[in-house]
Design a protein around this ligand. Structure first.
Ligand code: BEZ
Length: 234
């Protein structure tokens, strides 16, 4: 493992294909998810505390992600029976930060052979040669990897940030804009080609509201309601 050279998928690549057994039956990735965004994420091990806090949080937020046309798929290099026992323990025994009776309804992949984890660059031997790190792959409705975030074993993920990133990418696609640091729906967005041509193409209405900090840095407002209407179909 230490000397193995593994090509990791990159942003803009087609998500590598695989077939896997999960707690919700067999899946073919990414074809089963065509037309939806999907977050494929790995965790180091079942029956561990950080992972438990993450699964309870993600399961609690699943409806919110689904409403943004995004499915969730988890993975660890544990086996199916371990996954099932762990998820049952979470539902039946764990009460944490007001979350209880939490049912994990999204698929959790068993990957004892580490085939998928290796394909996706989730194994990082410097951190652990037996456990996957906390990787997050955002795959768009066409099966293209759009963002990748990695965390080490000891650091639980920030699920607000995962949701923010999802909505920001969907908003960028829908409105052909980019989003500035810490963007949230309702904040101004960036007009990507803020040089003369880009600016000239803006509608008159947008031009009025445009704010330029320099020739290369212009923003315009998009209301929270417009984001919700176009991106979340609200
Ligand atoms: C955890 O989820 O708590 C954990 C898993 C592997 C290593 C360290 C922490």
């Amino acid at each position: 493992m230490e000397n193995e050279i593994i090509a990791m998928p990159r942003i803009g690549d087609k998500a590598p294909e695989f077939k896997a057994v999960t707690t919700q039956g067999e899946i073919n990735f990414p074809s089963d998810f065509n037309g939806s965004w999907v977050i494929l994420f790995s965790h180091p091990a079942d029956f561990t505390p950080v992972c438990t806090s993450e699964f309870m949080t993600f399961a609690t937020l699943e409806k919110q992600f689904n409403e943004a046309n995004c499915k969730l798929v988890g993975l660890s290099v544990d086996g199916l029976y371990s996954h099932i026992a762990w998820l049952r323990t979470i539902k039946e025994k764990i009460e944490y930060k007001g979350m209880k009776d939490v049912e994990v309804k999204f698929p959790l992949i068993e990957d004892i052979t580490m085939e998928v984890a290796k394909k996706y660059g989730m194994m990082m031997p410097g951190e652990s040669s037996t456990k996957a790190v906390r990787a997050v792959f955002f795959v768009d409705p066409k099966g293209i990897i759009r963002a990748i975030i990695y965390y080490p074993l000891s650091l639980g993920r920030n699920f607000d940030e995962l949701y923010r990133a999802l909505i920001a990418m969907q908003t960028a696609d829908e409105f052909s804009i980019a989003t500035p640091a810490d963007w949230r729906p309702g904040d101004d967005v960036i007009i990507p080609t803020a040089g003369s041509c880009g600016v000239a193409k803006e509608r008159m209405e947008d031009k009025k509201n445009m704010k330029c900090y320099d020739w290369f840095f212009c923003t315009k407002p998009i209301s929270k309601e417009d984001v919700e209407r176009k991106v979340l179909n609200k």
